[in-house]
Design a protein around this ligand. Structure first.
Ligand code: NAD
Length: 338
């Protein structure tokens, strides 16, 4: 059993902790958090709670939440830390992990150079084999990496263009916006293009991102220049073969992110998560070597299985197919949904 500590227990950390608990080759030794809120109270029923330092201990204990020790104490019990702290904090934590000789998985809010490799299980699982520091790419990049690497591996990809319609913030956040504006990224490519290249290799990528007032999902409009001519049904088949891609349809009412997430809630998974990237079947159109499609990304959960696979790769516990199979089975990612 690989002993895993989860540092940062917000949107991503709590989901990754629960996913690790479901694995038969990993266990959670503790989680660390900075605010003694309702999430900390709920977490204390399931996990041992740690805090960055002494100052936080009193705040937690005043709220009746038992604290086991500091983040350093937690790390001493672990072989690997999943760092799910806010953007930029992971980079600062790297020094502690190095000092303590513990491996670490970082999230996509960190710069790529925080780790030895950036990671997506479909796109470059083997790059993390035996590594000490790995970064799971962001939710948007994970979405693009799953579909684009599927095309890369079967047909070949010459160039990718993607317009990312980004959710403003997550559902539990009432502070960030925009709440009544559309906010474009003003540089081309947006940072997502170079980020995608960290996992799919040197394929040219052009991206633009536009933030909109929604919290449910991101939507990507993707145009791909393929290396060979193909047809729409071949692409539908390729995507459908991948359990982490959900080829869906608007014809039965799932015509927006509202219904996609409603469907996800009906699946009955914890938190109504959708680990799969949803691609609308009717949007998949091939003309010669040009492919167009539209996909939706549940930003809160698509990176969760990737964190589990990253750990297996780092400890060389499994090859790519074996790890993906185990992770998917544990999380109920079955494929075959419509
Ligand atoms: P979040 O704000 O929801 O959670 C961060 C957690 O870290 C909170 O529990 C907070 O108490 C804790 N924390 C803050 N400072 C800390 C410190 N110094 N030490 C220990 N814990 C600390 O953040 P999130 O949305 O889960 O994002 C975490 C990472 O995952 C970021 O890199 C982000 O870019 C990335 N990510 C986020 C999403 C998303 O949609 N939310 C998707 C993919 C990747």
């Amino acid at each position: 059993m690989i002993r895993v500590a989860v540092n940062g227990f917000g949107t991503i950390g709590r989901r990754v902790a629960d996913a690790i608990t479901l694995q038969d080759d990993m266990l959670v030794v503790g989680i660390a958090k900075t605010s003694p809120d309702y999430i900390a109270k709920l977490a204390s029923v399931k996990y041992r709670i740690f805090v960055p330092d002494q100052k936080f201990m009193k705040e937690f204990e005043d709220k009746g939440i038992k604290v086991e020790g500091s983040v350093e104490n937690m790390i001493e019990e672990a072989e690997v830390v999943v760092d799910a702290t806010p953007e930029g904090v992971g980079e600062k934590n790297l020094a502690i992990y190095k000092k303590k000789g513990v491996r670490a998985v970082f999230q996509g809010g960190e710069e790529a150079d925080v780790a030895e490799t950036s990671f997506n299980a479909y796109a470059n699982y083997d790059s993390a084999l035996g590594k000490n520091y790995v970064r799971v790419v962001s939710c948007n990049t994970t979405g693009l990496a799953r579909t684009v690497s599927t095309l890369r591996d079967s047909i070949g990809v010459s160039k990718i263009y993607a317009t990312l319609v980004r959710r403003a913030t997550d559902q539990n956040d009432s502070k960030k916006g925009p709440i009544n504006a559309v906010e474009p990224s003003l540089s081309f490519p947006s940072h997502h293009g170079p980020d995608l290249q960290t996992v799919i290799g040197n394929i040219p990528v052009d991206t633009v991102a536009v933030k909109v007032p929604t919290t449910l999902m991101h939507v990507h409009v993707v145009n791909v220049d393929l290396q060979k001519e193909t047809n729409s049904s071949k692409v539908i088949d390729l995507f459908s073969e991948k359990r982490r891609i959900f080829v869906t349809t608007g014809k039965d009412g799932k015509s927006s992110t509202a219904q996609i997430m409603d469907y996800a809630r009906e699946l009955g998974r914890p938190r109504g998560d959708l680990f799969e990237i949803a691609v609308w079947k009717e949007s998949i159109k091939v003309s010669g070597t040009r492919l167009n499609f539209v996909q939706a990304v549940h930003q809160e959960s698509d990176v969760v299985p990737e964190n589990v696979d990253a750990i297996r790769a780092m400890f060389e516990l499994s090859d790519r197919e074996g790890s993906i199979e185990r992770t998917d089975r544990s999380l109920g990612i079955k494929g075959g949904m419509q």
